[in-house]
Design a protein around this ligand. Structure first.
Ligand SMILES: Cc1cc2nc3c(=O)[nH]c(=O)nc-3n(C[C@H](O)[C@H](O)[C@H](O)COP(=O)(O)O)c2cc1C
Length: 213
């Protein structure tokens, strides 16, 4: 038989232990739920952006089911393989949409979706995720400003090498008032993505596309 004080200590320890286990479990559950909500939101943003970049009618395959894995830390800023979506029309490649990361935003990496038509011109660029400052760097989002539409139709040779910079660096792309770092990072990443496309377009378009994405 335990003395009264030991029994009380045992009871308190059990209650405390149970509390700790329940709390850890709840936090883990919450974390998992949040992670899957973020993943679902990113997927939704990606589907929306894909549809915006390539208008219906410019391809006739199932874009999300037609991808090849690509990886290039230097030109795409990727940390591992990512899907490149290959659009075809009447069996001919019409465009590719690449995921790219601009590592040097004001507050960290900026995730991009870059659509490039078979002729090497940009079909469109959209920001999938960023941590830039509201009212300053977040103007790279189409919902905040039309700035990102300035890439439409541009290519590796239009503008030329020097033109692929913000105006403050004597390039052709506008910066924002009081925020040069964010647009500079995005312009650089899009330029590098065009270089990736130029170096790999044959294999991208010739690749056996994975029918399951
Ligand atoms: C609180 C705070 C947040 C800022 N957020 C951004 C941002 O999101 N993007 C950006 O380009 N600059 C941002 N800036 C401004 C940059 O520090 C920098 O002054 C600006 O981009 C101009 O860069 P430049 O001197 O290279 O032209 C922020 C500044 C402060 C003080």
């Amino acid at each position: 038989m335990l003395p009264e004080i030991s029994r009380s200590m045992l009871k308190n320890s059990l209650v405390l232990g149970l509390f700790a286990v329940t709390t850890v479990g709840l936090v883990a559950l919450l974390q998992q739920a949040t992670a899957s909500r973020i993943a679902a939101a990113e997927r939704a943003a990606q589907v929306r952006a894909l549809a915006e970049i390539l208008p219906q009618g410019s391809y006739d395959n199932q874009l999300l089911d037609s991808s090849v894995a690509v990886h290039d830390p230097e030109l795409l800023g990727s940390k591992g393989p990512r899907p490149a979506y290959v659009a075809t029309k009447d069996g001919q490649p019409s465009a590719v949409i690449l995921r790219a990361t601009a590592p040097d935003g004001y507050s960290g990496a900026i995730e991009l979706l870059v659509g490039i038509r078979a002729d090497g011109r940009l079909a469109g660029v959209r920001v999938l995720g960023h941590k830039e400052t509201p009212g300053l760097g977040d103007k790279v989002e189409l919902s905040k400003s039309p700035w990102i539409l300035g890439f439409d139709g541009k290519s590796l040779s239009d503008p030329d090498e020097a033109g692929w910079a913000v105006r403050k660096d004597r390039g052709q792309f506008d910066q924002f008032a009081g925020a040069t770092i964010t647009p500079r990072a995005v312009v650089k990443a899009v330029h590098l993505t065009l270089q990736y496309f130029d170096a790999h377009k044959q294999e991208l378009f010739a690749a056996q596309v994975n029918p399951h994405g």
